[in-house]
Design a protein around this ligand. Structure first.
Ligand SMILES: [Zn+2]
Length: 149
């Protein structure tokens, strides 16, 4: 699930995370501690908020509907930093794909040249065979002529 349980039970290795999680969770409208969740909406993707721990994604009207943004001054910067890292990852993947593509293009060009050469050789072979058969016919005709004479 996309929820993270706040408090000392968090085994996050990041110091940043433990700093965030050291905050006491606020009480939900239902009287128990709220749960830290990640937003999945396009507008606030990756932002954290305190939500009801009885909320279930597929169940309508589950939980008390409690909602409160995780109000930390670093939160926006954390999201921006994460997104920058993601962008850098995607950029690296894009660069790798680009170089793969360009080497594939070079290979394709070489293959095209090869095919062209093979075609030319095949055509030359046909031409030579035709010339040879014409020569053979001429010799045959010459033989017939000489025999008669
Ligand atoms: Zn609740």
């Amino acid at each position: 699930m996309s929820s993270v349980r706040p408090g000392s039970s968090c085994s996050c290795s990041s110091s940043l995370a433990s700093k965030h999680y050291s905050k006491d969770p606020p009480l939900c409208k239902c009287g128990v501690e709220a749960l830290l969740r990640f937003s999945r909406t396009a507008e606030h993707y990756g932002w954290r908020f305190w939500g009801c721990r009885f909320y279930q994604k597929d169940k309508k009207d589950s939980g008390c509907g409690n909602f409160e943004w995780f109000n930390d001054d670093d939160e926006k910067e954390r999201v921006i930093r994460e997104q920058r890292m993601k962008i850098a990852e995607l950029q690296a993947a894009l660069d790798a794909t680009r170089s793969e593509l360009s080497s594939a293009l070079i290979e394709l060009k070489l293959k095209k040249k090869e095919v062209k050469g093979m075609k030319r050789d095949a055509i030359q072979g046909i031409v030579w065979r035709n010339i040879l058969s014409i020569l053979c016919l001429l010799m045959f005709a010459l033989n017939l002529y000489l025999i008669r004479v």
